[in-house]
Design a protein around this ligand. Structure first.
Ligand code: FAD
Ligand code: SF4
Length: 490
């Protein structure tokens, strides 16, 4: 660990050395902590919590990389970014060179540098962490990715990618999340005409309506969307494919040569327990969409009504639960608890975000779950009746199974509940498109090219994978774009 001042001093010492750094010198450089807003201040505002590395910190962190020949980090990256390559460019202060390497495989480095779960991907197998026998001391690949992406944006160096001469072929992209954006960018670059159809009034998918501003500032996503429109991609918002127009009409009547479906996993799961339709019980989707997309946090200026809360219970243990709990604090709640039926070790949320939630004063209640919600005479939620749990043998997910303890009921008083127990794939398009095959979970089935059971119709991202991650959605988008391009230039 090192403060910004210490980082500057240490970098000066390293730069004064005449001998090249050896592996042991690199391992002796302290891992750089990213500056962040103070927890007591940040729980009162919506601004980004993590502030990003200073240049000195980025240079020190880059010098921690051992430039391993076998690069285990690259094997852990879902899109195989040349990690040692871009980190070496940073160490050489060639920031543009670093961004260019990342952009060969990842369209949204400023987003991925912020939200990718690097600790279970590239950083999990990092040799530096292994040599120091502490996974937390892995090279901070994600923070370095964010540093160069922010450098490029802030210094105004990001360029509009070149577009090949018009091919006269037309592609429709349904959904403007990371999967759809990657498909649109890749196909437009190849010279095809691309139209994105988006159900919401703003493009960006979960990056805009789900992940809160304090983790992913919306101007960053907007910048990527502006780049796409500058390349000539048309974006039609408030357009629900399956309602405004049938998917097959896009091909048969509107002259599109191919369609990509990237409609995500927007169907919230509920617990199916008594009292779930009481006033004050929200799905995390609705809660976060009101706050993010409809700017409910912007009190006084936004027209979206805000549900005033005192005591909030959030049910679940993933990123969505952490985002909902931290958003509840920022919307003015006095007390927020996360109720999760396993323990902290099994939580699917990013460790970093769990730690930040705790720093902000969110209470974690483990080994318990809601049995029913209790309401008052006006139908408003008043309390959650919970059951205590213990852990049994591992289940299909590899995590230990939570087992309810009979007779262990107790009550927690609340005025708001947010149910964040997962999402399923968006069912509208499969339901309204004859011949489009889905699996029993409702996810669209695709082959290794990203092609569905219908000719000229491709799919990728959460609608195929179920709730997954930004980088996996992007990876699927890239694969489908390559297949569509091959089809169109045949
Ligand atoms: P989405 O991002 O879901 O985009 C789909 C788009 O399609 C939406 O804009 C939707 O409005 C539109 N659409 C749907 N149906 C139609 C239709 N019929 N017609 C037109 N448009 C339609 N991942 C991470 O990697 N790190 C994180 O920290 C993280 N945190 C998350 C926090 C929250 C609160 C949530 C909900 C998810 C989080 N995820 C995270 C998951 C990640 O955001 C998703 O895996 C990713 O966005 C999926 O991308 P996608 O393009 O498949 O779909
Ligand atoms: Fe650098 Fe770690 Fe990758 Fe080795 S494994 S090249 S130390 S980031």
């Amino acid at each position: 660990m090192s403060t910004e001042r210490e980082a500057a001093d240490l970098l000066g010492e390293l730069e004064d050395r005449t001998e090249p750094l050896k592996a042991r010198d690199r391992l002796a450089i302290p891992p750089q902590e990213m500056p962040q807003q103070d927890p007591t201040l940040r729980r009162e505002n919506i601004r980004e919590v993590a502030l990003g590395y200073t240049e000195e910190q980025a240079l020190l962190e880059a010098n921690r990389c051992l430039q391993c020949k076998n690069a285990p980090c690259v094997k852990g990256c879902p899109v195989a970014i040349d990690i040692p390559g871009f980190i070496r460019r940073i160490a050489e202060r060639d920031y543009q060179g670093a961004v260019n390497i990342i952009k060969k495989t990842s369209l949204l480095p400023a987003v991925c540098g912020r939200v990718c779960p690097q600790e279970v991907q590239c950083q999990l197998t990092c040799t530096a962490g292994r040599s120091l026998k502490d996974a937390a001391k892995a090279v901070s690949v994600g923070r370095l990715e964010r540093f160069v992406a922010d450098w490029e944006r802030q210094t105004g160096r990001s360029q509009i990618p070149e577009v090949a001469p018009e091919t006269g072929r037309k592609v429709a992209v349904v959904g403007s999340g990371p999967a759809g954006l990657v498909v649109a960018a890749d196909l437009r670059r190849a010279g095809h005409s691309v139209t994105i159809f988006e159900a919401f009034h703003k493009p960006g998918g979960v990056m805009v309506y789900g992940i809160p501003e304090f983790r992913l500032p919306k101007r960053i996503v907007q910048k990527e969307i502006d780049t796409l429109t500058a390349m000539g991609v048309e974006i039609r918002t408030d357009y629900v494919v399956g309602k405004s127009r049938r998917l097959t009409d896009l091909l048969e009547k509107d002259g599109f040569d191919a369609v990509f479906i990237g409609s995500g996993a927007g169907l919230p799961r509920f617990l199916g327990i008594p009292g779930e339709n009481l006033v004050g019980v929200f799905s995390a989707n609705e809660y976060l969409t009101r706050a993010n997309l409809m700017r409910a946090y912007d009190r006084g200026r936004s027209e979206t009504p805000i549900y005033v809360s005192g005591r909030v219970a959030v049910l679940g243990g993933g990123n969505v639960a952490m985002d909902s709990a931290r958003m509840a604090l920022r919307l003015g709640a006095e007390e927020v608890s996360v109720i999760y039926r396993r323990t902290e070790k099994e939580m699917p949320a990013r460790m970093e975000e769990v730690a930040r939630a705790k720093e902000e004063g969110i209470r974690m209640s483990f080994l318990q779950n809601a049995k029913r919600f209790l309401g008052d005479e006006r139908g408003r939620v008043q309390a959650v009746e919970c059951l205590r749990y213990r852990l049994g043998e591992p289940d299909d997910s590899g995590r230990r199974r939570p087992i309810p303890i009979p007779g262990s009921e107790f009550t927690v008083e609340v005025d708001t509940v947010v149910v964040a127990v997962g999402n399923d794939s968006n069912p509208l398009i499969p339901r309204t498109t004859e011949g489009l095959d889905v699996n029993p979970k409702g996810n669209i089935i695709v082959n290794e090219k990203g092609e569905t059971s219908l000719k000229r119709v491709y799919a990728g991202g959460d609608i195929v994978l179920g709730s997954a991650t930004v980088i996996l959605a992007m990876g699927q988008g890239r694969r489908a774009a390559a297949s569509i391009n091959a089809l169109l230039v045949e």
